[in-house]
Design a protein around this ligand. Structure first.
Ligand code: FEO
Ligand code: CA
Ligand code: CA
Length: 690
């Protein structure tokens, strides 16, 4: 039987450029259903004045860290191992805007990566390309799970590029594979009855890839190598669950009475790199992988199931058919083992990756690290759902310098002990916010905020709840419910969250929220989320007391068509900026400029990558550096002095696209099937944006 027409996918109301099939497979239609945050948190109430300030350490000046060099390179410790000293790789911009001197790419609908004049591009690796030396070549018509488990996975999102010590121009490329779409991966796919082999292939196409890549002199091109670090992590790779959730009543299952050995990771969206050389990855829309939430018999589970958005009946991928752990009727605790920040040591292909429950369970977009000059490690994470929250984790252990095993062992435990906080914001012009996006005339949208403590985890892994009426284990596993109780601020889909390694200021991409203020049942506009029915998103800039609990904030960008009255580019001349919509992932270049990739452009153009000047007279100048092919989302941007790397996720994804009728033929062109892939852009004999 042929598959049902994809037009049967839920059609959204046209607010974003995303195809309905993307919403169904990627997010489990998170935006179609009522937003799961129905808590009565006031959006802008009084800031809790008596915060727990124990352990508050003023951050002072930013410690700038070089990350990921050769496995472990860290600062701020007093370890007697003589590891490499920290050498900041970031150099100040000379004139304001240095690094963004290129001709902006115009909005377009091309089936190509469109780049500025004078730049070149190539594809680094595509879905199905061999990762392990014994992997077969990709054959779209004859896929197998055994092959996929050794090949590059589907729908690349986050990417990290880590220099290999002692091997100039060689790197580890670490990439997340967020989700799969059977209707585009397989010819004649029956979405009501995928074959067992198709189910196994989609499981193997999730997770992460670690692969060595090599550069060439005078070019930015990168070529995969069958190196000793190459590894695939899939939905079946063993992980160790640590922290207050580990081994407890919510994480024990029929197959794992220890409650600590979890099979696999999936829905890995964005991520981060630690200064000790590991990679973090956020488990985001994990709810879409578990079937039959309506058949869970324990009545106490119902509000928890609702708050995380699990659906009734079968899942789209139907993994529950071949693996009962995805059936909540038989294994109600299995979903409690997903939704964490995971940490991978890419320098040891035999290592067991870790899931850190001390950092909470939510739809983690990613996790990014900032280290203060005192060595405190702060990790920021957004919970990507309409009306959900922003979190940070402050470690109690300080980072140790050195590349030796003792330092590495220590640093690998940093994210296991510390305090988890959620953000509450107030606005300076709260009485003037009417939902239109009209910018307050003095300093724009500005305000203050506080980080409210939820959970303190000791170095023994045991938790202490800081939320009335919830145990530490409950806070670790049902973190959203804990955050509801303390009155956290409901945001417009907080996605990537990054500290500028240069200035210490922290930036958050708030993608959109087409439900903001739509009726009396949901939160209305406020100063940080100032537009009703927000289609285009905004960028929040936070001046944070990193290891403390206070901050101030402003909106850097209110995205959309620059000609529209409700957009704002930090006061920069709006006739001289590129249109930008649905900001998602963030990165910084070596000059301290912010780069933003987009997901779901609501302005009828392909998604793209943009540079934004943050300092000097050109602050707010926003320029489109590239656009990705039809149907694709721009992910995982990395901007170095000589290269821009983007993950092109879901090229050709559209409701009516099939292998017989593809929307895109990228990257191979001709009549080829579209393949998610990582691409690199460079300027011959030159530096990016200079
Ligand atoms: Fe996977 Fe929040 O985007
Ligand atoms: Ca994302
Ligand atoms: Ca996204």
């Amino acid at each position: 039987m042929m598959s049902k027409p994809l037009a049967l996918f839920v059609k959204h109301d046209g607010q974003s450029g995303r195809a309905s099939v993307t919403c169904a497979y990627k997010c489990g239609n998170a935006c179609f259903h009522e937003a799961p945050n129905t808590s009565e948190n006031t959006y802008f109430g009084d800031i809790v004045s008596s915060l727990n300030r124990r352990g508050l350490i003023k951050g002072g000046a930013a410690a700038v860290l070089a990350v990921g060099v050769g496995g472990a390179l860290a600062a701020c410790g007093d370890d007697d191992e003589s590891g490499a000293a920290v050498t900041p790789t970031y150099t100040p911009a000379g004139a304001a805007g240095t690094g963004t001197d290129f001709t902006a790419v115009a909005p377009n609908k091309e089936d190509a990566i469109v780049i500025p004049d004078g730049y070149q591009q190539s594809v680094v690796i595509r879905w199905g390309d061999p990762v392990l030396a014994d992997a077969p070549a990709f054959d779209f018509e004859r896929q197998t799970a055994a092959a996929q488990a050794k090949q590059f996975g589907y729908n690349n999102d986050f990417a990290a590029l880590l220099p290999i010590e002692g091997q100039p121009n060689s790197f580890l490329l670490v990439v997340n594979h967020e989700y799969t779409t059977g209707p585009h991966m397989f010819r004649g796919y029956n979405k009501d009855a995928p074959t067992d082999e198709q189910i196994a292939i989609t499981k193997a196409a999730h997770g992460l890839t670690v692969i060595e890549v090599k550069g060439e002199p005078g070019s930015g091109k990168l070529t995969p190598v069958f190196g000793k670090y190459n590894r695939r992590i899939t939905a079946d790779t063993e992980f160790l669950l640590t922290g207050p959730a580990a081994g407890g009543m919510f994480t024990q299952t029929g197959a794992d009475s220890s409650g600590t050995k979890v099979k696999g990771t999936f829905a890995n969206c964005s991520g981060g790199v630690t200064p000790w050389g590991t990679v973090l990855s956020g488990e985001e829309n994990f709810h879409g992988y578990f079937a039959n939430s309506d058949k869970v018999s324990d009545p106490t589970g119902k509000p928890r199931i609702k708050r995380y958005g699990f659906a009734k009946g079968a899942t789209l991928n139907q993994w529950e058919r071949t693996d009962k752990r995805f059936d909540m009727a038989s294994e109600p605790n299995e979903p409690n083992r997903f939704g964490y920040v995971v940490e991978i040591d890419p320098w040891d292909p035999t290592s067991t990756p870790v899931k850190h429950s001390a950092m909470g369970r939510l739809k983690h977009e990613g996790a990014t690290i900032y280290v203060t000059e005192n060595g405190e490690v702060v990790s920021y994470t957004g919970d990507d759902e309409r009306f959900d929250y922003m979190y940070k984790f402050i470690s109690s252990r300080k980072i140790k310098a050195g590349t030796g095993q003792a330092s590495m062992r220590h640093n690998m435990t940093i994210l296991d002990a510390g305090t988890l906080y959620v953000a509450k914001l107030t606005g300076d012009h709260a009485d003037k916010i009417d939902g239109s996006g009209t910018v307050p005339s003095d300093k724009g949208f500005t305000g203050k905020g506080a980080w409210i403590p939820l959970l303190e985890t000791g170095t023994d892994g045991k938790g202490k709840s800081l939320v009335d009426g919830m145990s530490a284990e409950e806070v670790a596993v049902f973190t959203r419910l804990a955050a509801d109780k303390v009155g956290a601020t409901k945001m417009d889909r907080p996605e990537d969250f990054e500290a500028n390694p240069y200035t210490g200021k922290v930036y958050v991409a708030l993608t959109n929220n087409d439900n903001r203020g739509k009726d009396d049942k949901v939160a209305g506009p406020d100063e940080a989320n100032p537009r009703k029915l927000n289609k285009n998103g905004q960028i929040l800039e936070i001046t944070d007391d990193h290891a403390g609990t206070d901050f101030t904030w402003s909106l850097l960008l209110v995205c959309g068509d620059p000609a529209a009255a409700d957009t704002y580019f930090a006061g920069y001349d709006k006739t001289k900026v590129s249109p930008i919509s649905c900001p998602d992932n963030l990165a910084f270049d070596v000059y301290g400029n912010l780069w933003i990739s987009t997901d779901g452009n609501a302005l009828k153009s392909n998604d793209g990558l943009f540079s934004v000047v943050l300092d000097g007279p050109n602050r707010g100048q926003t320029k489109q550096f590239l656009t990705v092919p039809r149907g694709a989302e721009t992910c995982g941007p990395i901007v170095t002095e000589n290269r821009v790397i983007v993950c092109v996720q879901h090229p050709g994804e559209a409701d009516d696209a099939t292998p017989e009728n593809p929307l895109s033929h990228w990257p191979e062109g001709g009549a080829a099937q579209p393949r998610p892939a990582v691409a690199v852009v460079w300027k011959a004999n030159g530096r990016i944006g200079v």
